[in-house]
Design a protein around this ligand. Sequence first.
Ligand code: AMP
Length: 175
Amino acid sequence: MQDLEYVKSKVRDILDFPQKGIVFKDLTTAFKDPQAMAIMGRELSAMFAGKGVTKVVGIESRGFIAGAIMAYELGAGFVPIRKPGKLPADTIKATYDKEYGTDTIEIHSDAITPDDIVVIHDDVLATGGTMAAAYNLVKSMNPKKIYINFISEIAVLEGRKNLPAEAEVSSLIEF
Ligand code: AMP
């Protein structure tokens, strides 16, 4: 089996989570598999080799897992984007619409500098709302370049349409 097909085979569908009608792509089954973990770490890092990436920004919480591996492999720093009230120093916040209600995310206001080349990483692209908000937070700190990256993308939800047109978006696997 090809490497990426192997990773795909380790992603589990959970019906009606966290609410009725949602098919949740559960990557914990890929994270717990040593071979899938190795492939994800290697392939995600390879996508950005030679691009001069200085910071990988991971979105809480599943974006921390491969995001930290990418940062290590690329020789970059790691920056968390978290839910409100979790980061200890000065933050900037973005509030965005979700399917039901709104949500807020935060980043430390000194996390990114104009010299940075940034990859923002999350595990799954669904509607794209969270990533669009994360992009706006990072963009407000004026880095040289921002890449958007996911392990997997749920194509039918067309989340790419909700991401900024100027952003370079990539994912390892697609459902
Ligand atoms: P989004 O709709 O793209 O803003 O997704 C919000 C967050 O929930 C992201 O961190 C996604 O990884 C996660 N998420 C949303 N829908 C799903 C789904 N069907 N399967 C797995 N993760 C999801």
